[in-house]
Design a protein around this ligand. Structure first.
Ligand code: HEM
Ligand code: HEM
Length: 126
């Protein structure tokens, strides 16, 4: 793995370590208030980033495009802001909500960009 694939898989591992630490902390403290942060860090973070890594590994010509790099950075920046923001929000700081909202939209935009990148590659137009 190299380039965008390696970046995505590295990001996935960081999410897994952080998300599982939140899961353990919830279990030990028996305070499940961070459950949505844990759930999204695991599935929208670890699992989705790993899927992106394998997709770009399977399509190296697509991974070499500038759009793939833009997809990585938009996903990484919006995803990290979304999850850190959610952690702070569920910690009781409601003033952070606008940041979580904007980051969510950025994360959705990144998925839209991925559809634009992946569908032509899947259907043989790349
Ligand atoms: C160290 C390992 C883990 C621990 C200690 C842990 C702990 C927890 C805890 C305490 C909850 C809250 C349950 C509740 O309040 O109903 C939870 C929920 C959840 N966990 Fe984990 N977890 C771990 C690993 C994982 C992994 C590897 C994934 C996925 C790849 C995952 C995905 C989820 C999801 C999606 C939920 C939400 C489930 C729901 O909607 O009810 N967790 N976890
Ligand atoms: C734009 C990004 C996203 C937003 C704004 C969002 C928002 C939400 C909301 C509002 C809930 C309900 C939480 C609750 O009732 O406490 C939820 C639950 C959930 N979402 Fe997402 N979601 C997003 C992306 C994703 C993605 C990409 C995945 C999976 C790959 C995912 C998996 C889940 C799961 C497993 C739950 C149930 C666990 C929980 O309640 O936290 N979400 N999401």
């Amino acid at each position: 793995m190299q380039g965008v694939s390696r970046n995505f898989f590295t990001l996935a591992i960081i999410y897994a370590l952080c998300g599982m630490a939140i899961g353990l902390s919830m279990s030990i403290s028996q305070d499940h208030s961070q459950m949505p942060t844990h759930a999204h860090t695991m599935v929208a973070g670890w699992l989705m980033s790993a899927v992106f890594a394998f997709f770009y590994h399977l399509f190296p010509a697509v991974a070499a495009k500038t759009l793939a790099t833009i997809h990585f950075w938009l996903t990484a920046v919006s995803g990290i802001l979304l999850l850190v923001g959610l952690f702070i929000l569920l910690g009781g700081h409601e003033s952070i909500e606008p940041l979580v909202a904007i980051a969510s939209m950025g994360f959705y935009a990144a998925m839209f960009l991925f559809a634009f990148i992946a569908l032509p590659a899947l259907w043989g137009r790349n």
